[in-house]
Design a protein around this ligand. Structure first.
Ligand code: HEC
Ligand code: HEC
Length: 408
């Protein structure tokens, strides 16, 4: 029956195509196309411009906006939310990458098919894609390292891990493709994205990458404040002027200080502490980040060795990806194992709790090699949290382009 419908659809298409040749009249979507009807029945409106909107100051600082193919991103969005593509029909990418949680989840260890716990905390998805400029130091191809152990630079490969991991979606790739090919809405979406209706695995993974790559987080209060100063088109904006504003004078006057427009006093003091002690590993402005993975001394002996588990090298033990901390308010619990529930706990750890692990990064050691003790005051801790709050962009969670497209 399906084959017959397909045949009819093919003939109809051919006929429309020939008609077009003759008459050069623009083809309007055929409202009786069964694929289109299936899309309308199953899914909400999908046609958007999915490309991220980068503030000027970030472009000046060397970030490159990613080019997004809208039809592929729309298809990727459907794949991302489609629970029927998992072993038990209950898990999609979005189960562990929830839009309201900056595309991470609240679990310490994420939960996959059959309620199985993973061994690591989910990671937020934003600015995941090819921000060539700031990652060039690490990878000649300009792609960012992905996963807690920097295992790959390809979103398609991460997707493949997630689909086939028995604890995540628990499928084989051929089963996954079979289910995609069996859904009438995919035939239509494929035609729009790839010009034909016979889905291939490489295309499916590419579409997922296109969608994930479109998710950005550049609309935080911090970005708004930066745009107001360094991004002001009336000034000649250079990377240096942004650097000077962001890193600013090292000495913070303790007497009355007037914070620059866009910052409260507490946020401004927090930014100063952050740029002095944290931003080499966590810069929200990626070209200024210099360290992308490190051991930050959570303990002297790690249960999960991170990069060391993958490479088998002792010098990689306890080494994990250092995130940009954009959207950090939405992504508790913290660290690869979700050991800290609040930002305050994280800051208490950096203040007095860094452990003397043999691989502890030099930036977190004193000259004699012992772990640093920042000994932040209560005010310092409050200021750091105020600044970290500024890095959160609450929009993508409510952005219709990145929301669940399935009708309920
Ligand atoms: C069962 C939960 C789960 C599901 C389902 C899942 N993920 Fe993940 N995702 C994770 C976890 C956990 C990590 C970190 C894993 C690690 O580092 O070992 C992660 C990491 C990632 C990263 C790396 C982010 C970064 O900044 O390094 C990307 C990209 C990603 N997932 C995309 C996807 C896509 C696309 C899908 C669907 C095909 C998906 N995930 C399905 C739990 C999940
Ligand atoms: C030498 C590099 C380095 C420095 C300096 C550093 N960190 Fe980290 N940070 C890391 C690494 C690596 C991780 C991930 C560790 C893990 O999960 O095992 C991390 C994790 C975090 C996380 C959790 C992120 C998440 O999504 O789970 C927060 C929050 C954080 N750091 C804040 C800070 C603050 C605040 C400072 C300054 C006081 C700071 N860091 C200094 C390397 C660093």
């Amino acid at each position: 029956m399906r084959k017959v419908t397909l045949l009819i659809a093919c003939f109809a298409l051919l006929w429309v195509a020939c008609k077009k040749e003759e008459s050069t009249v623009a083809v309007v979507p055929d409202e009786t196309d069964p694929g289109l009807l299936a899309v309308k029945r199953t899914l909400v409106h999908l046609d958007y411009n999915y490309a991220p909107n980068l503030p000027n100051y970030l472009i000046t600082a060397g970030l490159q906006p990613v080019a997004i193919d809208n039809a592929k991103a729309a298809l990727g969005r459907v794949l991302f939310y489609d629970k029927s593509l998992s072993r038990d029909g209950r898990i999609s990418c979005a189960s562990c990458h929830e839009p309201t949680r900056a595309f991470s989840d609240l679990m310490g260890f994420s939960m996959g098919v059959g309620n199985q716990r993973l061994e690591r905390q989910s990671m937020p998805l934003a600015n995941t894609a090819n921000f060539a400029a700031h990652y060039r130091a690490l990878d000649a191809n300009g792609a960012p390292p992905l996963l807690w152990d920097s295992r790959t630079t390809s979103i398609a490969e991460v997707s493949r891990f997630a689909i086939t991991n028995p604890h995540e979606m628990g499928m084989t790739l051929s089963e996954w493709m079979e289910r995609i090919r069996a859904k009438d809405y995919y035939a239509y979406l494929w035609k729009k994205a790839f010009g034909h209706s016979t889905p291939t695995e490489a295309e499916a993974l590419q579409a997922l990458g296109e969608f994930v790559g479109a998710i950005s987080a550049a609309g935080s209060p911090f970005d708004a404040a930066m745009e107001r100063h360094a991004g002001n088109p009336q000034f000649t904006v250079t990377v240096d002027s942004i650097r000077v504003f962001y890193y600013g004078p090292i000495v913070i006057p303790t007497t009355r200080v007037v914070p620059p427009a866009g910052f409260t006093l507490s946020e401004f003091r927090g930014m100063r502490l952050f740029t002095n002690h944290c931003s080499s590993c966590h810069s929200p402005i990626r070209p200024f980040q210099t360290v992308f993975e490190a051991c930050n001394g959570l303990s002297t002996e790690y249960k999960d060795q991170g990069k060391g588990l993958r490479t088998g090298k002792a010098q990689d033990n306890g080494v994990f990806k250092a995130a940009s901390l954009r959207n950090v308010m939405l992504t508790p619990p913290f660290m690869h194992d979700g050991r800290f529930k609040t930002l305050r706990e994280v800051i208490d750890f950096y203040s007095t709790g860094i452990q003397p692990h043999p691989n502890l990064h030099p930036l977190l050691r004193n000259a004699d090699g012992s772990p640093k003790r920042f000994n932040f005051s209560d005010q310092d801790k409050e200021d750091l949290v105020s600044f970290l709050k500024m890095l959160t962009d609450f929009r993508p969670g409510g952005d219709v382009r990145f929301s669940d497209p399935f009708r309920r």
